[in-house]
Design a binder for this molecule. Structure first.
Ligand SMILES: NC(=O)c1ccc[n+]([C@@H]2O[C@H](COP(=O)([O-])OP(=O)(O)OC[C@H]3O[C@@H](n4cnc5c(N)ncnc54)[C@H](OP(=O)(O)O)[C@@H]3O)[C@@H](O)[C@H]2O)c1
Length: 331
């Protein structure tokens, strides 16, 4: 990469990608740096980003060609593999380009893609994030980062105090940050299950969810309190025309990665195994448009309550999963 200020690109304007990219674009504008170039499968999802000064492109390979650093925030391993394959197959010179994947993917995916890109003298950094869309909106995410040290140093200044409040360095082994993310999600998903159980307890015993929510927030902190609010506000099962904060299929993917890695290393994650079953049952019952916390609906059913509470959408109608659409021409 030349010594001028790098041209930065962004692919993936979903629940997380949009607030993250918007914070990055604000930072670039405030510092008179070149505006972000972005792309997304559904380009109009970037309309607010464009209004902040960022530049759209319909084509992922065009994004790669024009940028020195390319951030990706996409759902899963399959999409990341397809994007990186496109980058490698394009006629662009990839030498000295830095790809920064902020999604949650399996460490083996990072390892393989990092090695593939290395052959083209490009670096892949794993930079997954902890915190949901509301945390992303305030630029307060916790990031982990791993990969080539010189590339990490270049990228850090676009993360710390821009999109995130904290960066955990995981070393030069590119897959380490992904490993931390998968391990951290054992806590995230198990905490959602625990909060769900406590709120079913509160409702069934007549105590009420409000007192329980206060206790959870005061004693166990804002994160646990936020999980309780997802239940009491009903956004564990949001309206069908909205995008869930942390989609159920993304959470199931994360749990599966942790469970398969545990199996590979000869140990078990029994609590997470139960959470995974509850999330899958929730998706079977309520479809794709559910938040990761929707295991609550199954816990409710097991307690002879309806899957839906008073504030959730009161319907079991199914919708087509977001991530089963084709990549099409837009990538
Ligand atoms: N949500 C959270 O709270 C959270 C927190 C930490 C980490 N994560 C991780 O961050 C990543 C992104 O999560 P998110 O909540 O932002 O997901 P999301 O809202 O579902 O957004 C996914 C993004 O990827 C694009 N996409 C989906 N399928 C695609 C395909 N087949 N080809 C090309 N692009 C595709 C979507 O484009 P369209 O706009 O066209 O659908 C969208 O821009 C995931 O790996 C997730 O596990 C999420």
């Amino acid at each position: 990469m030349a010594s001028h200020k790098p041209q930065i690109g962004w692919y993936g304007i979903g629940s997380m990608g949009r607030p993250m990219a918007e914070n990055l674009q604000r930072h670039l504008a405030d510092n008179n740096e070149r505006p972000l170039i972005y792309s997304n499968r559904t380009l109009r999802a970037g309309d607010t980003l464009e209004s902040l000064g960022a530049i759209p492109t319909t084509d992922f390979t065009d994004l790669v060609r024009r940028c020195d650093i390319v951030f990706t925030m996409i759902p899963n391993d399959d999409v990341l593999q397809r994007l990186m394959k496109l980058a490698i197959a394009s006629s662009s010179d990839l030498s000295n380009k830095i790809f920064v994947d902020c999604s949650t993917v399996h460490p083996d995916t990072i390892k393989k893609l990092s090695s593939d890109l290395d052959k083209h003298e490009a670096a892949l950094l794993s930079a997954p994030v902890f915190g949901g869309p509301s945390v992303a909106a305030t630029g307060s995410l916790v990031f982990a980062i791993s990969g080539l040290k010189s590339a990490c140093l270049i990228v850090e200044k676009y993360i710390v105090n821009v999109m995130g409040r904290k960066l955990i360095h995981c070393g030069e082994n590119a897959s380490n940050a992904s490993l931390l993310k998968i391990g951290g999600n054992i806590v995230t998903l198990s905490l959602m299950e625990a909060v769900g159980e406590a709120q079913v307890f509160a409702e069934k015993t007549g105590l009420g969810t409000e007192a329980m929510e206060q206790l959870i927030t005061e004693s166990f902190g804002a994160v646990a309190g936020g999980y309780s609010q997802r239940l009491t506000s009903g956004i564990y099962a949001p309206p069908l025309d909205t995008r869930p904060g942390f989609g159920i299929s993304l959470a199931i993917k994360d749990a599966k990665h942790a469970l398969s890695m545990a199996e590979e290393h000869g140990f078990q994650l029994p609590g997470l195994g139960l959470v995974d079953k509850h999330m899958q049952s929730a998706r079977d019952y309520g479809g794709e448009c559910l938040d990761s916390s929707a295991m609550y609906g199954i816990l409710r059913q097991q307690a002879s309550l309806s899957f839906w509470n008073k504030t959730s959408r009161q319907s079991g109608a199914l919708v087509t999963p977001h991530d089963t659409k084709d990549l099409g021409d837009t990538v």
